[in-house]
Design a protein around this ligand. Structure first.
Ligand SMILES: Cc1cc2nc3c(=O)[nH]c(=O)nc-3n(C[C@H](O)[C@H](O)[C@H](O)COP(=O)(O)OP(=O)(O)OC[C@H]3O[C@@H](n4cnc5c(N)ncnc54)[C@H](O)[C@@H]3O)c2cc1C
Length: 648
């Protein structure tokens, strides 16, 4: 049931079993799975609207080319004092489907050790082996089978997935483009010359190496696969599932006793503030609505807005809440701390060789031809996302004396935000131990290198020691004059920038390899070989360019409370009954990966946990038959993949 913004009065029930805040990955996965039981009612409230599926967001070739601000919250950070002292801009999706409507389509999971580290941090049940069934459950994976993409002379690109590690009947489609730019092969050949091997399946849990990157695209249509089209559209006709769009949740409602009163939550007698529902509105002057939950509120507003909503509702660091004039319901220092991201910079080494066709050439009449070819047959350069080839180097592959390099990580905590209390400090110390171990492995990357058709060699640090914060500055989510303060504090720990410098030095060696030199790359100012060998100059150029990879996470971490945690391993907010968080904010340590696949898997697992906790067991793990992985049939594309050719 869809209830849109312009509905004059909202035809809502007073109560739903579950009220879900936010229709991004976390919200839509959980809403889909909880409403599988027809006797359970679910209401989802989303601040954005349904998108119109326009070409600028659905066509892979347009990713990064267009500017889909109409679907975004834009947040400006504080000045980045450890970079160049200027602010950065972050965006998050504000639309049904959340950030998956505007994201870069990259689909990676990270390494087994990334998730086993979550267990080591005090989260039983969240290791790789525990999450693999949910990675599998979420996806329909179509491997790259086309013969024309098999190794060609001098090139050794191949993707050969580990069949048992993938899903073939899940809601979200994962695939490869039908068009590969020729320079992809130069990149893969060059990177191997530097000792970074091809990895046939970057998503098998062994996460280092280089290859084409899988994307969240539909194999047949070659268009964006997102949380809305995969998890919502097929089930929106369920009478027990309602979605309100264009309305923002302004507060989580709760009662002030200690949880011994009769149920609205599943566990009668468990102490905690009783969550009763949410308040929401279309805008600051419009009518406010209250809706109650019989069972739970599921907060899925993303890594910036989930902690903000908790804070303005009374759950967060007591000092901050008091300064906002919010009554403290539960003093939770971790709400809005432990913020992590992958700092990224995107230097371009533009190809000067004649006859190199790149996405930059898709203009004018060429664009018309490319568009026509795409719309008619779903082939050609518009099927290729901006990033389609990557390398994930282990530290020891790119750093001569990796063990010595690792000693630069001191146990110091002086770089942490001044707001950190003893619990957050203890949690950070535990994370440092895990991070150091992760960086010592060869199946877990130190950084990612992303190659585009036009010579961009973007690099991002994967296992970071810097930590940022998210803080509400107003009790109103509509207060445009006082938006939340997001401070990623990029490179507040020097090691993150040290890794990025090593990455840029590898870029310099990469463009000098014969396969890459054949493209005659011309580095942008600050990244020429002379700069790359002058650490001071390179460092300065690097800091000016670092920005977000949009992998914000950790701001409502799943960690023990005495390690600064906000939610327990069942994703329940400490000190509450009937409130969970299911989105990127619960990731306690960001995996060395683009994070949409991990968030889909986390949300799938969360749905099973919620159903079990509420006695709603039908269809819960072990996976029902229809979602068990089956071997892939040899995908038979209607269209052959096209190698790059010229467009006029
Ligand atoms: C520009 C960009 C590029 C990215 N590229 C990639 C990529 O290539 N690969 C990858 O793996 N990941 C990528 N990501 C990250 C990935 O898409 C996100 O991590 C993921 O979508 C997070 O899911 P989520 O459920 O936490 O939040 P989201 O998907 O962001 O959804 C949160 C939803 O909650 C809604 N909401 C917020 N507050 C309220 C409120 N108070 N009331 C009602 N609704 C509310 C929002 O409008 C939004 O729709 C990218 C992200 C961005 C922004």
């Amino acid at each position: 049931i869809l209830i849109q913004t312009d509905t004059p009065s909202l035809p809502l029930a007073d109560r739903y079993d579950y009220v879900v805040v936010g229709a991004g990955i976390g919200g839509l996965v959980v809403a889909n799975r909880l409403s599988e039981n027809p006797s359970v009612s679910v209401l989802v409230i989303e601040a954005g609207d349904l998108d119109d599926q326009a070409e600028d967001v659905t066509v892979p070739g347009n990713v990064g080319e267009e500017d889909p601000h109409r679907y975004e919250w834009v947040v400006t950070t504080g000045a980045q004092e450890f970079l160049d002292n200027t602010p950065r801009s972050f965006t998050q999706g504000k639309v049904v489907g959340g950030s998956t409507i505007t994201n870069g389509l990259c689909w990676t999971r990270g390494s087994t050790a990334d998730y086993d580290a979550w267990v080591n941090l005090g989260n039983p049940g969240w290791g790789w082996a525990d999450l693999l069934p949910y990675f599998v459950k979420s996806e329909t994976y179509t491997a790259q089978h086309d013969a024309s993409l098999e190794p060609t002379a001098g090139a050794s690109q191949r993707t050969d997935p580990v069949v048992s590690k993938h899903g073939y009947q899940g809601p979200i489609e994962v695939g490869f483009p039908r068009y590969i730019y020729n320079q992809t092969y130069n990149f893969l050949d060059g990177i191997q010359e530097l000792g970074i091997p091809i990895n046939d399946d970057l998503n098998s849990g062994y996460a280092t190496g280089a290859n084409l990157i899988p994307s969240s695209i539909t194999a047949e249509n070659q268009s964006r696969a997102d949380a809305r089209t995969s998890y919502l559209d097929p089930v929106l006709s369920r009478p027990n599932l309602a979605l309100v769009t264009g309305h923002t949740v302004t507060r989580i409602l709760h009662r002030g006793d200690n949880g011994t009163a009769p149920n609205p939550g599943p566990k009668v007698g468990v102490p905690g503030r009783i969550i009763t529902g949410v308040e929401f509105a279309a805008n600051s002057t419009s009518q406010r609505y209250n809706v109650s939950c019989r069972r739970e509120v599921i907060l899925a507003a993303g890594a910036i807005l989930s902690p903000v909503l908790l804070q303005i509702s009374g759950f967060g660091p007591a000092d901050l809440l008091t300064s906002l004039g919010v009554e403290v319901a539960v003093d939770l220092p971790g709400v809005g701390s432990n913020l992590q991201d992958h700092p990224m910079l995107q230097p371009v080494y533009a190809f000067d060789a004649p006859d190199v066709f790149t996405a930059w050439d898709i203009v004018g009449r060429t664009r018309d031809a490319v568009r026509e070819e795409y719309l008619a047959n779903r082939i050609g350069p518009w099927t290729a996302p901006m990033v389609n080839t990557v390398a994930f180097p282990a530290l020891e592959w790119v750093q001569d004396d990796a063990p010595q390099f690792l000693t630069r990580i001191s146990n110091a905590t002086s770089h942490l935000p001044p707001t950190y209390d003893a619990t957050l400090l203890a949690g950070y110390t535990a994370q440092q131990t895990e991070l150091t171990a992760l960086l010592s492995r060869t199946d877990t990357p130190a950084y990612e290198l992303m190659s585009t058709s036009w010579g961009q060699l973007a690099v991002s640090a994967m296992h970071t020691f810097s930590r940022g914060t998210v803080q509400a500055r107003s009790v109103s989510v509509f207060d445009k004059d006082n938006p939340p303060l997001v401070d990623p504090r990029f490179c507040s720990h020097h090691f993150d920038c040290d890794v990025l410098l090593a990455a840029l030095e590898l870029n310099d060696r990469l463009i000098a390899t014969a396969p890459m030199a054949a493209l005659q790359p011309v580095p942008q100012a600050g990244f020429a070989p002379a700069d790359a060998r002058n650490r001071t100059a390179l460092d300065e150029a690097m800091r000016a360019l670092i920005r977000t990879e949009f992998h914000l996470s950790g701001s409502c971490s799943m960690l023990p409370r005495d390690l600064g945690g906000v939610v327990d391993p069942a994703l329940r907010v400490y000190g509450t009954r009937g409130l969970r968080v299911v989105d990127a904010s619960v990731l306690p340590l960001v995996p060395g990966a683009h994070i949409q696949a991990p968030v889909y898997a986390v949300a799938e697992k969360a749905a099973d946990i919620i159903r079990l906790d509420n006695g709603d067991v039908a269809g819960v793990h072990p996976l029902p038959k229809e979602v068990r992985p089956t071997p892939p049939h040899c995908a038979h594309h209607a269209h052959r993949a096209h190698r790059a050719h010229r467009y006029w």
